[in-house]
Design a protein around this ligand. Structure first.
Ligand code: ATP
Length: 368
């Protein structure tokens, strides 16, 4: 297994820059997820790591070796595609063993490796079955088996669960992570689905328009989003943004939002822009009659143990996640208290998070 180091990686298609100067390190044995909306450059980055696309600039190091200009087959990487083509005329055993046969491995060793791989994936009972009759999840396991059986330095997966229905997807997310815990193969996994990313990743890179907006653990990305884009892309419902103006002075510990004084984590830099946003996740808001930040109940979404409550304030809708037991009527006036320690502050123009006491410790991790 091996560490993957990506340095100033860039890809342009003519005038269009699909990947802009990416930098990140996937440690040996880590499960790394590239997450972002369609067209943000995830697949292009993955294809460059695989050797299927040549970079316009930058370097890729695999296990310390510069492989930037090496062909795909010289990189000892296994690629699992979304629509992995299994050989329909072969049974499961032959499908899994095929890459080893192609390498010229002796048949007894192929048999042993296929048995071991099938056991790992819990499909050993299917080895003699034809792949054409298999359910989606089992087909995907065979595809994974074909990748694992080679024991490559690392795995690259491009939306491998994209075609599965929700039930199988949830199961496979769990299985993939469990498999990773057993074999610890360095993995790069591409998805636009935050649930998949948050459930499986050790580290996530959130991409937007070819740029890595944040690199960090799921917890860092959720709790301390580096940009408004990340704050909105991660979380369901996403982070709320409340406007406030006038910039911020270093050392400030309080801001005024809709007439309400709000204590914030200490600001660690001077910030000039007039348009700022306070970011708060729905679960860090509670009802408080004494609060000056007020609004009317607009709607509720009952989720069993909690409910998402939309409150219409002077500055638009704010969503709060509160206990399911609280009874609320549409139009009812409520006060909202914000959990001060969990607030993020953003410059609206650039979208970047302001350095506060809460953010300072993780600045290095965010930038890889
Ligand atoms: P998706 O999940 O939709 O594939 P993605 O984040 O993986 O999204 P990429 O496939 O990496 O995005 O594409 C990034 C951008 O580069 C897109 O705008 C795409 O149209 C463009 N692009 C990709 N390959 C080429 C190519 N061969 N020629 C021109 N443009 C390309």
């Amino acid at each position: 297994m091996a560490e993957i180091r990506v340095q100033n990686l860039r890809k342009a298609f003519g005038e269009f820059v699909a990947v802009q100067d990416s930098n990140f390190v996937v440690e040996d044995g880590e499960f790394f997820v590239m997450l972002g909306p369609s067209g943000c450059g995830k697949t292009t980055t993955l294809r460059m790591i695989a050797g299927l696309e040549l970079p316009t600039g930058g370097k890729i190091l695999l296990g310390g070796e510069d492989v930037t200009m090496r062909r795909a087959r010289e990189r000892d990487i296994a690629f699992v595609f979304q629509l992995f083509a299994l050989y329909p005329h072969m049974n499961v055993r032959k499908n899994i063993g095929f890459p080893l046969l192609a390498q010229g491995m002796a048949s007894a060793e192929i048999r042993a490796r296929v048995d071991e791989t099938a056991k790992l994936l819990r499909i050993d009972h299917l080895l003699d079955k034809s792949v054409s009759g298999l359910a989606g999840g089992d087909r995907q396991r065979v595809a994974l088996g074909r990748a694992i059986v080679r024991r490559p330095k690392c795995f690259l997966m491009d939306e491998p669960l994209g075609t599965l229905d929700t039930e199988f997807r949830d199961l496979m997310v769990h299985e993939l992570r469990e498999l990773h815990n057993r074999i610890h193969a360095t993995t790069v996994y591409v998805t636009h689905d935050q649930m998949e990313a948050m459930s499986m990743a050790d580290k996530i890179a959130v991409m937007n328009h070819g740029v890595i907006e944040q690199f960090g653990s799921p917890r860092e990305i959720y709790d301390r989003p580096a940009t408004m884009f990340v704050a909105e892309f991660i979380g369901s419902p996403p982070m709320n943004f409340l406007k406030f103006g006038g910039g911020l002075a270093k050392g400030a510990k309080e801001i005024v939002v809709q007439g309400a004084r709000v204590t914030v984590p200490e600001v660690r830099e001077d910030v000039a822009p007039a348009d700022m946003a306070l970011g708060i996740r729905p679960e860090h808001i509670r009802f408080d009659d004494a609060s000056k930040l007020r609004g009317a109940i607009y709607g509720t979404e009952y989720l069993g143990t909690t409910q998402i409550v939309a409150v219409e304030t002077a500055d638009g809708i704010i969503k709060a996640r509160v206990a399911a037991g609280i009874h609320l009527s549409p139009g009812e006036q409520v006060g909202l208290a914000l959990s001060s320690a969990r607030l993020s502050l953003f410059e609206k123009g650039t979208g970047r998070a302001v350095k506060t006491a809460m953010y300072e410790q993780t600045a290095e991790a965010r930038h890889g």
